[in-house]
Design a protein around this ligand. Structure first.
Ligand SMILES: Cc1ncc(COP(=O)(O)O)c(C=O)c1O
Length: 461
């Protein structure tokens, strides 16, 4: 943490620098502008997913290699966005490319099991210490099916989630995310609020949020739900929050959650769509030493191909094996995705890869923290494994309420503009963390730190 009191950042200066950097980016991206003008006529908002949208136009990419991507204007960018944290292997990794090319020659889809799916399941079981696995095609499908399994296993409908956590775009979990500070509610009785339109109120009411890093609030809320005759089937949570920058669990918190859920017969689901394969070989389960009943994976699993997985105990999967929970999907275990995942797990994301990610992250975090201290900048660097960020807040963020109370959206936007104009691609317009890949170098990390230092200097001069 900074040793001297943080300086007050002049809002007018943020606005002035944002205008300058926006103009600069607009001038460098005429090709993206032209593609956007064309795309708007066929794609809603000119993009494939609303999370790819950006005003005045998105940056359209052409290709990626290792730690770099190139946009349609030929701008070369170091990729710290990495496909929302999917490309921890770097782009076009030779081992994954080889595996995918070999599979293409043999046919890419049968909707019948292949040996690769078994190899991937064996390796995931080894890494997570959970014996049973099934596949899906995205993180959303993984969390949706895991919740269904938990509901079936317990015969209960209500579910508990962490306020502010994103678990995908299906109705069960599109609740109590991205809400203004005033609407969060009391920490012992947080509000269930739909995230966007089109979510049935009946589904919203089944999803009950609790604050992160607060075992007491979780237990009290579960006890109240029991009293009200609607005990929860599961707690679904990210073991480290990855959608508010990075928020790590306080010591003892995950252990307490494990104890509370067990005591109340509630299944614990760790949503490791972001942490899994990015913070350790066995994800948060390995890193924090707490094993849930079910775990969900996606993103980095497929090495750049769509995939997802649900892992669990034998008991949790009993009803799936009995055919009573219908866990299905045409593309589940798709041979192309499984070939990529096999190469990813066995050849790419090895113990050496994780040691490298830890070293790189340590380097970039120390670099960012040194900048914060040099300029008495309001913020702190935080991260784990391949993930990290500078949280622009003088206070430490431990949950959604403290995040929202201290959020500085304008500064985040300015940081994004500084980065992109200095050759660094970060997740557009969101308070997202960086994801390093094993192909990043220490120099690449220094480039990131230098861009941050330039912004900090310009804001505090
Ligand atoms: C923690 C978490 N769970 C689930 C999802 C949903 O994954 P997908 O976008 O693959 O459906 C995300 C996506 O960002 C996520 O961050």
């Amino acid at each position: 943490m900074a040793t001297s009191l943080p300086v007050e950042i002049d809002r007018a200066r943020i606005a002035e620098l944002s205008a300058r950097e926006s103009r600069r980016l607009d001038d460098r991206t005429p090709g993206s502008r032209a593609l956007y003008e064309r795309a708007r006529h066929s794609l809603a908002g000119g993009v494939a997913s609303s999370y790819q949208a950006r005003a005045p136009w998105p940056i359209y990419l052409e290709r990626g290699q290792g730690a770099r991507v190139w946009d349609v204007d030929g701008n070369e960018l170091l990729d710290f966005h990495n496909g929302f944290g999917s490309m921890v292997q770097g782009h076009a990794h030779p081992a994954i490319t080889r595996a995918v090319n070999a599979r293409i020659e043999l046919g890419t889809h049968f909707a019948a099991p292949t040996e690769d799916a078994i190899v991937v399941g064996e390796e995931l079981a080894r890494r997570w210490g959970l014996p049973r696995w099934r596949y899906v095609n995205s993180g959303s499908e993984a969390t949706m099916d895991a919740i269904r399994i938990a509901r079936a296993a317990t015969g209960r409908d209500t579910i508990v989630k962490i306020f502010g956590s994103y678990h995908g775009h299906h109705d069960y979990v599109m609740v109590s995310i991205g809400v203004e500070y005033e609407r969060i509610g009391d920490r012992f009785a947080l509000e269930s609020l739909p995230y966007g339109m089109g979510i049935p109120q009946a589904v919203v009411d089944l999803t009950v949020p609790v604050p992160f890093n607060d075992a007491e609030a979780m237990e009290r809320r579960i006890e109240r739900l029991v009293e009200e005759g609607r005990p929860p089937a599961c707690v679904i949570m990210e073991p480290a929050m990855m959608n508010l920058g990075v928020v790590l669990p306080e010591p003892g918190y995950l252990e307490a959650v494990r104890e509370i859920t067990r005591k109340h017969g509630v299944l614990l689901i760790f949503d490791e769509v972001k942490t899994g394969l990015c913070i350790a070989a066995g994800g948060a389960v390995e890193r924090f030493g707490v094993t849930p009943d079910l775990v969900t994976l996606a993103k980095a699993l497929g090495g750049g191909l769509p995939s997802g997985a649900i892992g669990g105990t034998e008991e949790a999967f009993e009803l799936v094996e009995a055919g009573k929970v219908v866990q299905v999907g045409t593309y589940n275990g798709n041979p192309l995705s499984m070939a990529a995942a096999r190469a990813n797990l066995l050849e790419v994301m090895t113990p050496e890869a994780y040691a490298r990610l830890d070293a790189l992250n340590d380097h970039i975090l120390r670099g960012c923290q040194a900048v914060i201290e040099k300029f008495s900048f309001p913020g702190y660097a935080v991260g784990i494994g391949s993930k990290g960020c500078v949280t622009f807040s003088p206070e430490r963020i431990t949950d959604y309420a403290s995040f929202k109370a201290n959020q500085d959206a304008e500064l985040c936007e300015l940081a994004w503009l500084y980065n992109v104009n200095r050759g660094i691609f970060m997740t557009p317009g969101r308070e997202e963390e960086w994801t390093l890949s094993i192909t990043h170098s220490f120099d690449d990390c220094d480039t990131f730190v230098a861009a941050f230092a330039e912004m900090a200097g310009d804001l505090t001069a």
